[in-house]
Ligand binder design. Structure first.
Ligand SMILES: Cc1cc2nc3c(=O)[nH]c(=O)nc-3n(C[C@H](O)[C@H](O)[C@H](O)COP(=O)(O)O)c2cc1C
Length: 122
């Protein structure tokens, strides 16, 4: 991409450590490191990284422990969206939230939302 892109190049995805980010920048392959999931569990991560420290949170695979659910491939979006919503509401993300709890609680919330909408329409 570097050879064809003339504007500053930002790459997001898979950056986990300060050393890895610095190595990528120093290689000249990119100009800006983007981080996504880490920000959802540690909104202060950029401050730590820019101060020369790794975040004390770690992006990890999200699983309910129930294979057919995990295979649907929705857990990452569902779980990280819940953490982002906590931040938006003025709270803190919960990096230790169980995948199974997040799934069950989302199913209940969606069910309740559908029930309420139907009652309002009736
Ligand atoms: C909750 C959530 C929502 C996302 N929404 C988008 C999106 O709308 N468009 C997009 O291009 N990528 C989206 N992504 C992917 C991220 O931008 C990013 O490419 C991916 O998480 C890999 O970066 P990371 O390893 O730093 O998390 C989303 C990821 C998550 C976890």
């Amino acid at each position: 991409m570097r050879s064809v892109v003339k504007t500053p190049l930002m790459v997001t995805g898979g950056f986990r450590s300060l050393a890895g980010m610095n190595a990528a920048l120093q290689s000249g392959a990119l100009d800006v490191v983007g981080i996504a999931r880490l920000m959802a569990i540690d909104p202060d991560a950029p401050e730590a990284l820019l101060s020369g420290r790794d975040s004390n949170q770690e992006v990890r695979p999200i699983s309910t422990g129930i294979k057919p659910i995990d295979r649907m491939g929705l857990m990452e979006i569902l779980w990280y969206t819940r953490q982002l919503k906590r931040i938006v509401r003025g709270g803190n993300p919960n990096p230790n939230e169980s995948g199974l709890w997040a799934f069950l609680s989302s199913v209940v919330n969606i069910g309740w939302g559908t029930y309420r909408t139907k009652r309002l329409r009736a």
